[in-house]
Design a protein around this ligand. Sequence first.
Ligand code: SAM
Length: 298
Amino acid sequence: MTTPQEDFLRSFHAARPAVTVRAMAHGRAEDGRSSYEILRDRVAACRRVLDLGCGDGLLLELLAARGPGAGRAASALAGLDLSPEELALARRRPCLGGADLRLGRAQQLPFPDGRFDGCVSHMALMLMSDAERVAAEVARVLAPGGTLAVVVGGGAAGGEAYETFLRLAKPRFEAAPEGERIPPLGDRRLRTREGFDEVFGPAGFGPVEWETVRIDLTGPPERVWATVGGIYDLGPLDPAVTAELRGRFEAETAASALPDGRIPCAMRVHIATAVRQDGGPRGGQMPGAPGGQGPAPR
Ligand SMILES: C[S@@+](CC[C@H](N)C(=O)[O-])C[C@H]1O[C@@H](n2cnc3c(N)ncnc32)[C@H](O)[C@@H]1O
């Protein structure tokens, strides 16, 4: 089964594999870590870890590398993504040779019950449709006491290039003809603490720990464009409109350039951590297993 949203995501990532890493991997929180490194550290105590929507495998590589919060055998790691092109890049990472990398949908995980102690997801969970089904599947493959740690987008961070981009881009997105617009993606509840608990609580997770962090993405103009230009809405947009938008964006942000030529840019991310409780989902129902053994609780 697939959906128009997933078809869109597949074709977007086929044309731009590693787009998120190019957009965000250089970003740093106040403590010097990237948002990927923050997630790595959230599951430092977990041995067997699944990355949901793993993209090109950067986070899995960080989980496998030596150092604090890392150092797992690749065989303890698994990644799942619906994009073959992203997954092909993950498979090329030498340190992930022994990792279990699967093409598939988070709504139907190809892993047995209790297979993992930790599940991470960087900028992917909020794109997934049928959030209750995803929550039930994550609960099923996590052992009781397992940790779920995710990063979801939190928007622009105030007064920088990201706001300029959104101010310039929104009217162009709104004026685009139907065929040049993206389908509604994911479930907005997963971008708020209350919404997250509403989805993951009934699946068997304890209350979420929610933190909002500013990620500094300041850099040379081309890199700042790689960050803001990674947005899904640009995928179907007329290339001439995108080129005109980029020209306006670069002209406006040039005025705010630092003495070394870098453009100030920042975004917020939310970091959500929740623990899989003993005893299954609230109300005693077991989540639906993959392969049509009954629907997940909704
Ligand atoms: C914004 S990218 C993030 C990739 C990677 N986690 C990173 O941060 O570099 C979102 C990823 O989630 C994947 N994805 C979205 N919905 C999915 C689903 N339902 N099941 C599996 N993967 C999904 C996409 O194919 C894409 O690779």
